[in-house]
Ligand binder design. Structure first.
Ligand SMILES: [Fe+2]
Length: 345
């Protein structure tokens, strides 16, 4: 269940907890399916936030960032035919999408992890790029990057995987392990992307660079050029983290989606060498893992509130359970299984 601001609650959502007024009188029971009238009545009664069920989130697709995401995917889809035919596509439209996404992320207070929970199946290259783009920009926002740079990053990440459009679908969607020769074809997509994008007049110069470098790793273990450290552009290092994480939390043809805590753990394990450690730590603390004051469920069934984030172990915060403090970095057998709710105020 999730706690939403009353202004974000939509008719059709289901209450996860009963609502009481100041005198303790029950206004609505849990399981009530909200109507506009009910929401207005609760607003008039002074309700600021409501707990709604997980199922309610299909309605969130209709507003805020999700709406822009839908439009972004549509715009990218329109560009597809031109890209595949080797023609330049209209980057101005993608620029506008980037502008809009950045503005939404700046004004939107919803943690991304909450948005990401809304859909679990990756449907295509475009959806993946938009998700990576959102995560990249939210990371940049948490780093204090300025608006214009965030827009450049957003634009670059929105099209970072365009090279994949020229990789045969039967390879990209293959449910089994790829053969060496198929893997070689997939590994061409950064260079293909670079070639497509660098041929477009007036394109932001970061976009081809991010397309080329987003699979490079700090220790030189990446591709296509095995470059190292700061040879890899900051934007490419951010997109690499968002790219891996997005792939982990989505269902694939060959495996189910991984829970957030597990994906976070895998990402963190790659921060030793491959990924930028400080960016990964920032990503996990601010974007993905367990924000301060979020309510989390532990594998022992207890629910607690995150009271401290351990920068050395972002997936193992200190949690208060009924006043008892548990340092998850000190208790290896206890871990977070899910975020139950976020607190904003
Ligand atoms: Fe890629």
């Amino acid at each position: 269940m999730f706690s939403l601001r009353i202004d974000d609650v939509k008719s059709g959502m289901t209450l996860a907890q009963p609502v009481f007024n100041m005198n303790g009188t029950k206004l609505l029971s849990e399981d009530a399916v909200l109507t506009e009238k009910m929401i207005q009545r609760l607003r008039n009664a002074g309700a600021k936030r409501l707990w709604v069920t997980d199922d309610s989130f299909s309605f969130l697709q209709e507003f805020g960032p999700q709406k822009i995401v839908g439009e972004a995917v549509k715009e990218l889809d329109k560009a597809k035919a031109q890209i595949v035919a080797g023609k330049a596509f209209d980057v101005q439209v993608i620029n506008e999408v980037a502008h809009e996404l950045v503005e939404q992320i700046i004004i939107n207070e919803m943690p991304f992890s909450e948005m990401v929970r809304m859909k679990s199946t990756e449907t295509g290259v475009f959806e993946h790029m938009v998700d990576v783009s959102l995560l990249s920009v939210i990371t940049a926002k948490s780093m204090g990057m300025d608006r214009l740079d965030m827009r450049f990053l957003c634009f670059a990440s929105l099209i970072h995987d365009v090279g994949k459009l020229l990789v045969p679908g039967e390879i990209l969607g293959k449910p089994d392990k790829l053969s060496d020769s198929e893997m070689r074809v997939v590994k061409k997509h950064p260079q293909i992307g670079y070639d497509i994008l660098s041929g477009i007049d007036g394109i932001n110069k970061h976009a081809p660079v991010v397309a080329l470098q987003h699979h490079e790793r700090l220790d030189g273990s990446g591709y296509p050029d095995s470059i190292k450290g700061t040879q890899i552009h900051l934007y490419s290092r951010i997109v690499a983290i968002a790219d891996i994480y997005t792939a982990l939390i989505r269902e694939k043809v060959y495996r189910p989606r991984l829970p957030v805590y597990e994906a976070g753990g895998i990402l963190w394990s790659q921060a030793d060498g491959g990924l930028d450690r400080s960016l990964t730590s920032n990503f996990l603390r601010n974007v993905v893992a367990f924000p301060l004051r979020s309510m989390v469920k532990l594998n022992n069934g207890l629910v607690g509130k995150v009271v401290y984030q351990n920068s050395d172990f972002p997936t193992r915060p200190i949690v208060s359970v009924d006043g008892e403090i548990i340092d998850l970095a000190e208790t290896p057998t206890v871990f977070v299984t899910e975020v139950v709710a976020y607190e904003y105020d």
